[in-house]
Design a protein. Structure first.
Length: 848
């Protein structure tokens, strides 16, 4: 901003200088022209032209007078008139003042005519008196014929002089006009500068007034501050000290000014001033250049009393260099409060430990008979029970197991409060779990006259899910038990339904009991909360049930809430992330293309090249497998983390997250951390294969490949074949332009129409690539790799080798001239194009 303002000032000054120089130049020019007018040169020219005509007329008049035989005086007068006229014409011919006139064609012609007359008559004039007297008639005739020429000569000269005079006057007028404009512009600019200076002056006045007001406010703030304010110079001397500081330290302002700030600190040998070996005194170290934020230090009162202070220091610039401004606050009361809080915390911990010991003893006394009950139930199962007895035994087993886990929760209630793990996620079938839970509580519900029912996705949309069945069961049991406790002769319904995307399920327990007052809904999920109702006297409890349920729901990543109307009933609901999964061990149905083939597998294909992705997809689908596609590494990792697949095909070179990083990511976590991964790559060098395997790749499928290779690798890695796991590389004859086997597989897999569409797309992309090389542009490594992969899938072996070599040279920064490379690739492309046309199965030309 300041730099732009300075540039504007320099530009304005430059404009003024230019205007002044222009005005001076114009004034100088105009003065010179005015001075030239003072010489009366134009008047002299007019006079000379007029005199030439007058002298000629006098000469002619003398000729007309004639001369007698003895009139010698008249002849002498004639010769004198002739000489004067001759001199006037000589002036017109030779003087520089008439040079411009002589450039005019008409003036020059008249002057030449007069000069010719003079040249012709000079011999006559120079004759003796008798000869001149005899030539007078002829001379008079010629002079009479010359009179109009002399007249025209004078007029043309006068006209030319008048025109030059007019031109000079116009030029002077233009100069005066330009001078007036420049002077006006200069005056306007100076006025603008004056206005700007006036504006700056007023702005400076306002800024000065604002500074005075700000200084006044700052002084008022400083004077009214409850914190002590110190200003210390770079040598550690106090240069300012306010009234609050006088009250805090006990020194007056006069006593501390220009003294070292250490006067306000305990001595350096005072053990109370150090904490953990560090100097915690208020002193010079607190005002160093790297001090920032708040510091808790020790200060000393004038009376010798040490007290804790909190100091905040900021750097500033004073008249004599850097200074530090410090705000100091006495924190004695805060330290005392903190000490009291620490003591209260320690007391609370002691009480908590005592309570935990008491709960541990009580839980031990409960666990011993409970273990006996659970053991007896196990023995009872081996005595040949009836179906009804089996159902009741299952209910006893579930209730006993849940009671044992409640006892474990009571033993370490603090562990539930601090637990952040979502628990063990396993695959289980939801409806049987809910049915068993309802059956286990039927007897208790019927004893209270209640009807307990289940409404869990009757349309069968929820089957197998992934989550923590144990925590889910405990949470639902707490809600059902609570509903039974506060409902008499009513209905209790457990419902489950899907809410929103992402596998979220909502479980709700609704009853027709006494309900909950509105002012109690906010606290019912707290620990040890019980409601003072009529049923409380009959159904007692610790008030931990809903608190434990809240912890369980939160540990599973869900949320819980309640709604109720007193006298009408209550409804508790919880939303939990339980994504649906396929049943374990279920055989997937084969697609229509796999009729008669073995059961297919779930396979993930991660490939950014559309042609490669489509070919692999169709090959796998044709073999009866279910295929999921991912267009980049990040999407592939996300899919592999959310669902388990039987096999993953991973392209190595992809934009963003490449195949190696994606493999490392899915190996680190997710549902597919141990799923076999096959690399799809055009890199067949040993160094590349070693690098790929180090990332966690199980097998490498080198492009190009055919259907048999793809199916063989699927069989090996899914357990359908015990063949050795090795890098699958198709033989590559060095002189082969088109691999007819790969191209034939592509035709069979995609069909002629899809194959032709991809061939045309490849042609368009490759020719654009060649155009860039032909223009001298270096090849893009990613684009080269993508085209190499497409060429490999299409079976264009020769072109694939060249592109792979180009990619390698690009990686090593050893690439030759792009135009030379374009010529080489064009030659291979022509060979590949001819091979494709020859291999095309239809009569129609593929028109690549």
């Amino acid at each position: 901003m300041r730099r732009g303002h300075k540039l504007r000032q320099i530009a304005a000054a430059g404009v003024i200088v230019v205007l002044l120089v222009a005005i001076a130049s114009l004034a100088w020019d105009m003065a010179a022209r005015v001075h030239s007018l003072k010489t009366a040169e134009s008047d002299n020219r007019y006079w000379s032209l007029a005199q030439a005509e007058v002298e000629f007329m006098r000469f002619g008049q003398t000729l007309l007078t004639g001369a007698g035989p003895d009139d010698a005086a008249l002849l002498d007068d004639l010769r004198r008139r002739y000489d004067i006229f001759y001199s006037r014409i000589a002036t017109l011919r030779e003087s520089s003042a008439y040079a411009a006139m002589r450039q005019q064609p008409q003036f020059r012609a008249s002057l030449d005519r007069v000069e010719q007359f003079l040249a012709d008559t000079v011999p006559l004039i120079d004759r003796p008196d008798a000869g001149l007297r005899a030539a007078l008639p002829d001379l008079a005739a010629e002079a009479g014929a010359l009179a109009p020429v002399v007249r025209d000569l004078a007029l043309q000269g006068t006209t030319h002089s008048a025109a030059r005079a007019d031109e000079s006057r116009l030029r002077i007028l233009r100069l005066m006009t330009m001078l007036a404009v420049l002077i006006t512009g200069l005056v306007a600019l100076l006025l603008a500068f004056l206005a700007a200076l006036l504006r700056l002056y007023r702005k400076a006045q306002r800024a000065s007034a604002a500074n005075r007001r700000a200084r006044s406010r700052l002084e008022a703030m400083v004077l009214s501050s409850l914190d002590a304010i110190l200003v210390v110079d770079r040598k550690g001397r106090i240069i300012d000290y306010d009234g609050a500081a006088e009250a805090l330290f006990g020194y007056t302002r006069a006593e501390v000014l220009n003294r070292d700030v250490s006067i306000l600190a305990p001595p350096s040998d005072d053990p109370a001033s150090a904490s953990g070996g560090a100097d915690r005194r208020i002193g010079g170290a607190a005002f160093s250049a790297d001090t920032h934020g708040r510091l808790s230090l020790t200060a000393r009162h004038r009376s010798g009393r040490d007290f804790p202070v909190e100091i905040s220091v900021c750097a500033a610039t004073g008249a004599d260099g850097p200074i530090h401004v410090a705000y100091v606050r006495d924190i004695s009361e805060r330290k005392a409060t903190e000490a009291a809080l620490r003591k209260a915390r320690d007391d609370a911990r002691s009480e908590e430990r005592a309570k935990a010991n008491l709960l541990a003893v009580m839980s031990h006394e409960i666990r011993t008979p409970l273990n006996g009950i659970l053991g007896t139930i196990g023995l009872l199962r081996d005595t040949g029970l009836t179906p009804e007895q089996e159902r009741l035994t299952d209910a006893m087993q579930i209730s006993g197991d849940l009671l044992a886990h409640h006892v474990s929760d009571v033993l370490d209630l603090s562990r539930l409060d601090a637990e952040e793990s979502p628990g063990t996620r396993t695959t289980f079938e939801l409806r049987p779990l809910l049915v068993r839970l309802i059956d286990s509580q039927q007897a208790t519900a019927q004893a209270a006259g209640n009807r307990l029912t289940l409404s869990a996705c009757p349309d069968g949309t929820v089957g197998w899910v992934q989550g923590d069945p144990w925590r889910l069961q405990k949470a639902l049991l707490n809600l059902i038990g609570n509903a039974i406790k506060f409902t008499r002769n009513g209905e209790i319904t457990l419902a489950a339904q899907i809410v929103g995307p992402g596998g979220h399920l909502r479980f709700s327990v609704a009853d027709t009991g006494i309900g909950i007052p509105p002012d109690s809904l906010e606290c019912i999920f707290e620990d040890f909360v019980t409601l003072d109702t009529a049923y409380d006297r009959e159904s007692t409890g610790t008030g931990l049930g809903l608190g434990i349920t809240r912890r369980l729901v939160q540990s599973m990543g869900g949320r819980i809430a309640a709604e109720s109307h007193p006298g009408e009933g209550s409804r508790f609901w919880m939303d939990l992330p339980l994504p649906a999964v396929p049943p374990p061990g279920a055989a997937p149905a084969a697609g229509p293309e796999a009729t008669g083939a073995p059961a297919g597998f779930d396979i993930l294909v991660v490939e950014d090249n559309e042609i490669n992705r489509l070919v692999v997809h169709r090959m796998l689908r044709k073999a009866g497998h279910r295929v999921t596609e991912a267009t980049d590494g990040a999407r592939g990792v996300a899919l592999a983390g959310a669902q388990r697949y039987d096999l993953i095909f991973m392209d190595i070179s992809m934009p963003g997250l490449d195949g190696l990083e994606a493999t490392r990511a899915l190996r680190a976590q997710g549902a597919c951390r141990d799923v076999p991964v096959v690399a799809l790559t055009a890199h067949a060098l040993p160094g590349d294969r070693a690098r790929i395997r180090e990332a966690g790749i199980d097998e490498i499928l080198v492009k190009p490949f055919d259907t048999a290779q793809l199916r063989g690798i699927v069989r090996r890695l899914t357990g359908a074949s015990d063949g050795p796991a090795a890098d699958t590389v198709r033989p590559d004859p060095q002189d082969q332009v088109l691999d007819t086997g790969v191209f034939g597989d592509m035709l069979d897999t995609l069909g002629p129409d899809h194959t032709l569409r991809h061939l045309r797309r490849f042609t368009q992309e490759f020719e654009g690539y060649l155009s860039g090389l032909g223009a001298g542009n270096a090849p893009c490594r990613d684009e080269t790799h993508r085209l190499a992969g497409s060429a490999a899938v299409l079976g264009l072996r020769g072109l694939h080798r060249q592109l792979e070599h180009t990619e390698s040279m690009t990686r090593q920064n050893r690439l030759a001239d792009p135009r030379t490379l374009a010529e080489s690739l064009s030659r291979h492309w022509r060979q590949a194009n001819a091979a494709l046309r020859a291999q095309w199965p239809h009569e129609a030309d593929p028109a690549l």
